[in-house]
Ligand binder design. Structure first.
Ligand code: G3I
Length: 502
């Protein structure tokens, strides 16, 4: 990313467009269909009403009141990276900054995104480590914070720059081996650091009974195309990874560092790209959003505020886009301060809202306008992921409770924030295969479902009924399938689900 930015073409700055000036002057044309009185006045409240989190990257020395007031999710900007917390044998050290951030998030009812476990950059003492050592680190880091971390970026920035669609060739990806030389790492006999890291992370989550979701995160993967309409090969490569390893990957992060590099512009097909990942059944998040203010003044965008609006709208329009995180509070404190890419100016706890802030708040207050989820069943990988070689540091697979003798059973795991939650429901067939299922859930008073995936739904509050869709009704004996839903209100007190087999 930094090398991209070093080479990027800077353009002359001119005055902001009229629409933005009007916003700056306070004469905001409120396009919301909701009555003005209902509009929320903070990003986190507006996002919660729309059924998503709105987060920020943070550091321990910048935990000003605004963090908990405006944001419902926190990503440590640097304090959970391997160069801070990993020892060369995969142990943990110097976790005080990360602990401070997790504690702050918890006391402000914010979700935490752990960032990041396997990354070629900022690897510190792990640089050059084996997969076994990476696995040790993955286990130690996930277990230290457990379910207090809602989402972990397990693998970060695995794909090469310049839209080649290839994996990086630096460590740890230099450990990859394409046994049959067909150009991918998905076949039996191939070695794939991404696959093996996710398998390890999934084992740790399951063994600990954690609700933590496991994500892959990258930049320049935002649109279906890049500038000029060229296919976004990097996004396509990420899609293939998620499709092949769907059983281990729960969520995808689009970093969304938008600048005027041809591969990182905001395209009109951003929403369609989010949707195709969502159709695989994973949550999609915008994880590191910042938008170069220069994009206001060239042929790519029509103003920073409008560009922010576009990105927020693209996420809101896809049911399974469940969160947006900006990469810092204020321009002056950003990693790319000269490009003034964030929502606030000022610094040291004294911040002023920019036009971009008002645009985001306004767009969030309009809520979702979801397109129906695709009816296409998830694509089955042509070659199923293979079991990696046995790793001596890997604990035995978790034991699961025996399935019921007949019918089905269901369990729910929740990720909650103030005013909203995402539930993942796992349906397990009993001793015999089932050809359909329905799950009844009774929500606490005040809670309601805003959208669901991988299930049909009837009702939105009180007793809500979910049933299988065309592609997940048949479940073999003892096997599981998952569906999810998102809601507003609080799910604390959710009654145990009742599963009935067809
Ligand atoms: O804290 C030290 C300070 O003591 C020292 O004096 C100073 C001298 O260089 O460095 C300070 O550390 C810097 C750190 O940010 C905190 O400001 C590091 O040098 C600097 O490399 C580091 O940059 C971070 C960058 O990742 C490193 O790759 C940025 O803050 C952080 O925003 C950025 O975040 C990445 C995401 O993790 C992944 N996606 C891209 C994103 C932007 O590059």
């Amino acid at each position: 990313m930094n090398s991209d930015l070093r080479h990027r073409r800077k353009v002359a700055r001119t005055a902001l467009p009229t629409a933005v000036l009007l916003l700056l002057g306070g004469a905001v044309v409120v396009q919301s269909s909701a009555p003005a009185a209902a509009a929320e006045t903070t990003l986190r409240a507006a996002a919660a009403n729309a059924g998503l989190f709105f987060g920020v990257a943070a550091s321990p020395n910048r935990l000003y009141p605004i963090v908990g007031q405006e944001f419902s999710q926190l990503t440590p900007e640097n304090d959970m990276k391997p160069d801070r917390i990993a020892t060369s044998s995969g142990g943990l050290q110097n976790t005080s900054g990360a602990d401070t951030l997790v504690n702050h998030a918890q006391s402000n009812n914010m979700l935490v995104r752990g960032h990041t476990l396997v990354w070629h950059s900022q690897a510190g003492a792990l640089q050059g480590a084996s997969q076994a050592t990476l696995n040790t680190f993955i286990g130690n880091a996930i277990n230290r914070w457990g379910s207090r971390i809602a989402y972990w970026d397990v693998v970060n920035e695995a794909l090469e720059d310049n839209n080649t669609g290839r994996r990086r060739n630096q460590w740890p990806h230099s450990m990859n081996r394409d046994a049959n030389g067909d150009g991918d790492f998905f076949d039996a006999g191939d070695t794939d650091v991404i696959r093996d890291s996710f398998i390890r992370a999934k084992q740790v989550v399951q063994a600990g009974g954690l609700t933590t979701k496991l994500c892959i995160n990258d930049y320049d993967v935002d649109g279906l195309t890049v500038q000029g309409g060229t296919p976004n090969r990097k996004a396509n490569a990420l899609y293939d990874i998620v499709r092949n390893y769907r059983q281990y990957i729960d969520c995808v992060g689009f970093q969304a560092h938008f600048n005027d590099n041809p591969n990182s512009i905001i395209t009109d097909d951003l929403q369609a790209n989010i949707q195709r990942f969502a159709d695989l059944g994973v949550e999609v998040h915008i994880t590191e959003l910042d938008i170069d203010d220069d994009l206001s003044n060239n042929d790519i965008g029509a103003g920073q505020a409008e560009n922010y609006r576009k990105v927020v709208r693209a996420c809101l329009n896809v049911e399974r886009c469940t969160g947006i995180t900006v990469w810092g509070i204020s321009d002056s404190e950003s990693w790319r301060s000269s490009e003034r890419g964030l929502l606030f100016t000022g610094g040291n706890g004294s911040y002023q809202k920019k036009a971009a802030y008002h645009a985001v708040l306004d767009e969030l207050n309009k809520g979702r306008n979801p397109t129906p989820p695709s009816t296409t069943p998830p694509v089955t990988p042509s070659v199923p992921p293979t079991t990696p070689p046995v790793d001596p540091t890997t604990p035995p697979p978790p034991t699961t409770p025996p399935p019921p003798t007949t019918g089905c059973s269901a369990t729910v795991s929740l990720n909650s924030w103030t005013g909203g939650f995402v539930a993942t429901v796992r349906v397990t067939a009993g001793a015999a295969p089932i050809s359909g299922w329905s799950v009844q859930l009774t929500l606490p008073s005040g809670a309601s479902v805003t959208n669901a995936w991988n299930a049909n739904r009837s009702g939105s509050s009180g007793t809500v009924q979910f049933s299988n869709v065309s592609y997940n009704g048949s479940v073999n004996a003892g096997q599981t399938t998952e569906f999810g839903f998102q809601g507003v209100g609080t799910a604390t007190g959710l009654a145990a689900p009742v599963c009935t087999a067809a």
